[in-house]
Design a protein around this ligand. Structure first.
Ligand SMILES: [Zn+2]
Length: 213
């Protein structure tokens, strides 16, 4: 049988180690070098091919996500226009603007996603929002549901408009205030009636305009 590797013969040395010796059926040095070169080239080509395929798949997913409908429903069960102040988006609030809307409802009222997507955050935020859920949806949008009494979903869950992700409450900085859902939509891509929030380099989209489309 032909030996393709050089050197492929082995001898024991006096100290018990193997000593490599060259054999007669080895390939000429140039051929070995060429083979090595083509192996490296081939690996590089395969890596580039994988990278190209990966980028193409990501591009297609991004396009589908952007073109998919973004219409939303009021996330609080049984609530309509009367449940929020139509001027509550971006009104001055403390040292910054109110970046969403507050939908007032009785504590424990089920909260359903305004639009389906993937849950990327679920639990206590440790901040102003208290118990909160973030759902990533079409249009590269992040939907934030805060002050929840209970969180009823988990990170990675695929949710639809029929799923229950939590219940209305007054956790976080809403403690002691009437129970309500703070709901906001944000995206890195400007769309709809948007305001830029430089602190996070993100755009907040007016949920009222989206609800009343
Ligand atoms: Zn709010």
């Amino acid at each position: 049988m032909m030996c393709w590797a050089i050197p492929c013969g082995k001898n024991l040395t006096t100290d018990g180690n193997y000593k490599m010796t060259e054999t007669t059926n080895q390939l000429p040095r140039e051929e070995v070098e060429l083979k090595k070169h083509w192996n490296v080239e081939w690996k590089f080509f395969r890596k580039r091919k994988k990278l190209k395929t990966g980028l193409l798949v990501m591009g297609v997913l991004l396009l589908v996500n952007l073109l998919w409908p973004t219409s939303i429903q009021n996330p609080v069960e049984g609530c309509g226009k009367e449940s929020y102040n139509p001027k509550s988006f971006w009104h001055p609030w403390g040292d910054h603007e109110h970046r969403g809307i507050d939908i007032f409802a009785r504590k424990g009222t089920p909260v359903h996603p305004a639009i389906g997507g993937v849950v990327i955050k679920a639990g206590h935020s440790g901040g102003l929002g208290g118990n909160c859920v973030v759902v990533f949806s079409s249009g590269m949008r992040f939907h934030y549901y805060a002050h929840l009494d209970e969180v009823k979903t988990h990170i990675g869950a695929i949710v639809t408009q029929k799923s229950t992700i939590g219940t209305v409450g007054n956790t976080g900085n809403a403690a002691g205030k009437p129970s309500h859902l703070h709901y906001s939509i944000s995206s890195f891509i400007p769309q709809g009636d948007w305001r830029f929030y430089p602190k996070w380099m993100i755009c907040f989209i007016n949920p009222i305009k989206e609800l009343e489309k």
